[in-house]
Design a protein around this ligand. Structure first.
Ligand SMILES: [Zn+2]
Ligand SMILES: [Zn+2]
Length: 289
């Protein structure tokens, strides 16, 4: 459902991209903001994302229907407050899913695909990973079902959350005044896609930016520090399969260089940069050994 809904939005997405391209062409900025090879590769990655959705969908639908049978409560979705709670719940769990995607390498292996674009434009929005089912991203959306939100409502809400994020992949939209306080905006998402030291691993929100403000991961775009897009170790390939699997390959290579399964586990569960708790976790495992 998640993926099929995206296909319904496709005409709108194509028109918006055409407007962005026309505007950039008119302003003689097309080459600065677009790379045809990169955008075409993103489209190839998107096709693979839709196809691989069958795995995530089967897992999410199967598990959530089972959980729904064992739910704690039932939130009535024919009330305004029920819809508001659903929206906030999806935003909350999306935030933690996205934060985990950046801080746990096993999940980053799927999410790095989205961050592999070296130029930010609307065509980058749907460069999405193929292996979320393997990384376990869907697990983050089971708690709202268990708490009492119907699985279909959670699925539709997630699709809308993803669709909202389409327009924030633009360099052309400036800061938006008061909206910047509440919403995730193009400015906030430029920071999220940047690999500058000051910007890395910030602004995880979906529609809202308030959870970043609450949990200390918010950073404002500083106009004197323009974002540099892409990964700290950039991906140069334009082959969709190589793009979709590059971080798994890098992770496996790192694992091959370790001495024990404990080190492998520390790599998989540690942060992608190998700093902070990945290091601490590895030390702890050695102590236990
Ligand atoms: Zn991200
Ligand atoms: Zn993005």
């Amino acid at each position: 459902m998640h993926n099929l809904l995206i296909l319904k939005f496709f005409p709108f997405i194509a028109i918006a991209i055409a407007i962005e391209l026309t505007f950039l062409f008119w302003k003689h900025k097309l080459n600065r903001y677009y790379s045809w090879k990169e955008s075409l590769a993103s489209f190839g990655v998107f096709v693979g994302y839709v196809a691989s959705g069958i795995f995530s969908k089967t897992l999410l639908v199967g598990l959530s229907l089972w959980l729904w049978e064992h739910r704690l409560l039932t939130v009535p979705l024919d009330t305004w407050w029920g819809i508001l709670l659903l929206f906030l719940a999806i935003e909350f769990f999306y935030y933690w899913q996205h934060r985990a995607s950046h801080r746990i390498r096993w999940i980053w292996a799927s999410h790095a695909v989205h961050h592999s674009v070296n130029r930010l434009n609307l065509s980058a929005a749907y460069r999405l990973g193929w292996t979320g089912w393997l990384s376990g991203n869907f697990l983050f959306f089971l708690p709202p079902v268990w708490l009492g939100f119907h699985p279909i409502a959670v699925g539709v809400g997630l699709s809308l959350n993803l669709f909202y994020q389409f327009w924030i992949h633009s360099e052309l939209i400036p800061k938006l005044g008061g909206l910047e306080w509440i919403l995730n905006t193009p400015s906030h998402h430029r920071v999220h896609h940047a690999s500058n030291r000051a910007y890395i691993d910030r602004n995880y929100g979906g529609v809202l930016i308030i959870f970043d403000r609450l949990f200390g991961t918010f950073t404002e775009e500083n106009l004197s520090n323009p974002p540099v897009y892409g990964l700290t170790k950039p991906v140069r390939s334009h082959n969709p399969i190589a793009i979709a699997l590059h971080e798994w390959a890098r992770m496996l290579r790192d694992m091959q260089m370790t001495r024990s399964w404990r080190d492998c586990l520390a790599i998989a569960l540690g942060s992608p940069s190998g700093d902070g708790w990945a290091k601490a976790f590895r030390t702890k495992l050695r102590e236990l050994n």
